[in-house]
Design a protein around this ligand. Sequence first.
Ligand code: F6P
Length: 371
Amino acid sequence: MQRRKIGILTGGGDCAGLNPAIKWAVKTALDARLAAERATQFEVLGIRNGWEGLMYMDPSYTSDPRYIMPLTEELVRTWDRYGGTNLGSSRGNPYNPKHNLSSTVMQNIENLGLDSLIVIGGEDTLGVASKLYREGVGIVGIPKTIDLDLPGTDYTLGFETALNVIVECVDRLRTTAGSHRRVFVVETMGRHAGWLALAGGESSGAYIILIPEHDFSVDRVNELILEGHRSGARYEIVIVAEGAKPAGGVEFIRDSRIDGFGHCALGGVGDFVADSIQSATGLETRSMILSHLQRGGVPCAYDRRMGRYFGIAAADLVVDKDFGKIVAYRHGAITAIPIEEVLGPPHLVNTATQYDIVRYNGRRTILGHRA
Ligand code: F6P
């Protein structure tokens, strides 16, 4: 029987769906019946805290319990029910130009005896994975991010659960907004992509949706609010993506400190929109930043299912030594694409076909038909 060792890690912002993916990758790799069929016995090591596990594990050891966690079928049996990542995550970047630890990472991969690494992450984490692949590491990726901005895949783990959080929060806000005749501005995450705001606004029936892909006019927002008020609305819900900005303005930054990948934290546009509405219309307006609530909580059914499919597919790629790929969901099917494909220009909302730049909302029908 051949013996092989797989490492698995989760990097970047956490989300729901990571634990299901880990569980199913581990189960598929360790399944006794499959092991006999493949004549290969796998061992799976969980790497803790994303790339930091491999950056900070002592390279003079062949293992390190602070950063390495052997995974068994019994251990991961219930993981698909839990949010976040039981392996931990970080935004640590081994190729950070200010402190490059990529050779330590390579050394630790060798010391641990890993012939492959399943990397679950978004653009940044998979970017590191792609560099390691070019250095000879057997990489397989799984796409995740609530921002849904990776090109090459129609789904990234975490998106649907985050969407459900937005809908639940807006449903709750509606009752109190109605009682008090208030306008509520709800700020969602998504970084430079408007998917969460757009799908969240469409699913919850928001009156106005503002996305980064189309700079909004403050006057137009106020006009729409007054129009709604005149036609008898007791309250309004406005959804604004954290990356949205007024025409001629710049993105709102919550924290200008940058992480290992050069990102700072966005936030604050919701307060700006609420203040503008209140001062221009006189209607009482409040704002609410959903922030990390969108990344928390148990995975919804869809993320459990997609985590399962992605985890199984990733393990299958490892078995076949089909490295340098990420699993993807395309046109209703699970598939695999070269890792470089998810590192291209981000997948953003198409404002010609998916967004109504007059009503500031989702486009309602087939392009070319009456909207
Ligand atoms: O990329 C996922 C995401 O949640 C973005 O939507 C958001 O801008 C960012 O991460 C927040 O990151 P952090 O958890 O580091 O504040």
